[in-house]
Design a protein around this ligand. Structure first.
Ligand code: ADP
Ligand code: MG
Ligand code: ZN
Length: 517
């Protein structure tokens, strides 16, 4: 079943359901400002992030939240907003929201209040969204960020509140899309948390970093899959500029619903340049909501910004105040997993790996769990860290596999790391065995047992190869003897190649040093 909305193409309501197609404030900005002019201004950025919670059912009814179901099949009288239907709060939503709030360092309010946010839009059947307003679930959180080698910085989180999603307007993809918009209400009533940051970011890179860390933390809590393509993570970016040194913020614009972090960074770059250009030309920025067109790399005005009073917020009379008492909060804190930042610090000290290794290996909780399993089983956790990054992750990516589906188990990784560590196989042979494991889908130990390479440990045999290599490379010998010892790597490589990777590396090194003097 599809619901069709007709809309007018003329008059004051023209295109109101088609904001993307109506760039009525499309004052073209060239964004050709010079670096010197750009430097005169400081950007100020605050982000509003919506995260869909991974509950099985919706926030106020028992309908399924499953993504991709046929349109308008996961609906009932409550989420269709039929008269007389009453909402009943899903406890799991509150548990997930509390967990997210605690992971983001927020203070959870003992009593929070649901409120009606009233506005008219065809995908909002009740004519209001149940949200929270002046008493949100949680406040005063923070996320630590670090851009490149820059200093660490803390971005404040103003609030985290719980709300229901609206339905989805389908403007494109139908034969009659030119005149009709279709509505799918499966999403109506799906639980969301909205996380509002303080205007603490000063560059698009900081915004990108904030979003990356935010997503990572939420993923660790497991309350959302943060899948941007499916809309489980959506971001509105608020941005203004001010002359450097000025305390007062400039007028902001809000860029809505950009669907990747990269595009958010681009949209912010564009908006900053546009603001500066308008101001430099003697103009003023209008507070408005804008949309980013990623193929054109620019934003379009969409509508002037609503003020809070436009929404006529008032407490939701059909729901009781939400009480999350200290016992509940304590229980939440107990189920909180170790968070990425803390985990990285621990892994660096526990396994002797670098901060950079830790960064890569904690990219997901699953990856970090798997790495730790292998690191604990192996003699050298450091070697495991290298192997996972240089040999395992690339092969997994090429096959489109998650770490959990790796043919080489973590035990296999540990076994292979120990073999290299003991000098029983060279890294060249390890690569070979990994290739074979990925080709056949077998675990490392099985492949190793079958293919167990004969390592050449016979001194005379290796010396014979070394003599050949030395004889064939007089120039490099010359260089080495005149003090350029870095050509050692070249000789090792040549000998390993000539021995088809089978010469024992330690022995090669030792014998080469002797021969070259
Ligand atoms: P809204 O009216 O959009 O519901 P808020 O007052 O909650 O919202 O602010 C929305 C976001 O805008 C917040 O993330 C806040 O940090 C940010 N913000 C507020 N003022 C500015 C400004 N002058 N420049 C940039 N961002 C701002
Ligand atoms: Mg906003
Ligand atoms: Zn329902």
């Amino acid at each position: 079943m599809l619901i069709v909305v007709r809309y007018s193409r003329v008059g004051p309501w023209a295109g109101i359901f088609h904001p993307i197609r109506l760039p009525y404030n499309s004052l073209m900005a060239t964004t050709q400002i010079s670096p010197a002019v750009r430097e005169k201004y400081e950007p100020v950025i605050g982000l509003e992030v919506h995260v869909q919670l991974l509950t099985k059912t919706k926030i106020f009814c028992g309908c399924s939240t499953q993504f991709g179901a046929p349109p308008n099949t996961n609906v009932c009288s409550v989420c269709l907003g039929l008269p007389g239907a009453l909402p009943v709060l899903n406890k799991q939503v509150v548990e997930f929201a509390v967990l997210a709030a605690q992971a983001l360092g927020c203070q959870v309010r003992e009593t929070s209040i649901f409120a009606r946010k009233n506005y008219f839009y065809p995908d909002l059947p009740k004519g209001y969204q149940i949200s929270q307003y002046d008493k949100p679930l949680a406040e005063h959180g923070k996320i630590d960020i670090k851009v490149g080698d820059g200093p660490a910085k803390t971005i404040g989180i103003t609030r985290l509140h719980v709300e229901e999603d609206a339905g989805k307007s389908l403007h494109e993809g139908f034969r009659d899309s030119a005149s009709n918009t279709y509505i799918d209400l499966n999403r109506s009533g799906v639980p969301l948390i909205e996380i509002v940051s303080e205007p603490d970011m000063r560059s698009p890179d900081e915004a990108y970093e904030y979003l990356t860390r935010l997503k990572e933390i939420i993923l660790y809590t497991g309350v959302s899959d943060c899948n941007m393509e499916e809309g489980s993570l959506r971001c509105d970016a608020n941005v203004s500029v001010r002359p450097r040194g000025q305390e007062k913020f400039g007028t902001r614009t809000e860029v809505k619903n950009v669907n990747s972090f990269r595009f958010i960074r681009e949209a912010l770059e564009y908006e900053i340049a546009r603001h500066i250009e308008v101001i430099e030309d003697g103009g003023t920025i209008q507070q408005e909501t804008r949309l980013y067109n990623s193929s054109e790399g620019r934003t379009y005005g969409m509508r002037s910004k609503e003020q809070a009073h436009d929404y006529r917020y008032f407490p939701e009379p059909d729901l009781l105040p939400l009480i999350v008492d200290s016992r509940w909060q304590e229980a939440g804190r107990k189920t909180l997993p170790e968070l990425p930042e803390a985990r990285r610090a621990r892994m660096v000290s526990e396994y002797g790996i670098t901060q950079q290794d830790a960064q890569v290996l904690t990219a997901s909780r699953m990856l970090a769990d798997q790495f730790e399993e292998a690191a604990k089983a192996a003699k050298s956790p450091k070697r495991v860290a290298n192997l996972v990054q240089s040999e395992l992750m690339g092969r997994l990516k090429a096959k489109g596999l998650e770490i959990g589906a790796s043919p080489i188990s973590m035990k296999g990784v540990a076994v292979s790391a120990d073999l290299v560590e003991a000098g029983a196989i060279s890294s060249k042979i390890l690569k070979d065995l990994y290739d074979k494991a990925f080709a056949s889908g077998e675990d490392f130990p099985a492949v190793y047992e079958r293919e167990k390479p004969q390592q050449i440990t016979d001194v005379a045999a290796i010396e014979a190869i070394i003599d050949e290599v030395i004889a064939a490379s007089p120039k490099q010998v010359e260089q080495y003897r005149s003090g350029k010892i870095t050509v050692m790597g070249f000789f090792v490589g040549q000998v390993m190649k000539a021995s088809k990777g089978q010469a024992k590396p330690e022995l090669v090194n030792e014998l080469l040093k002797n021969k070259l003097g």
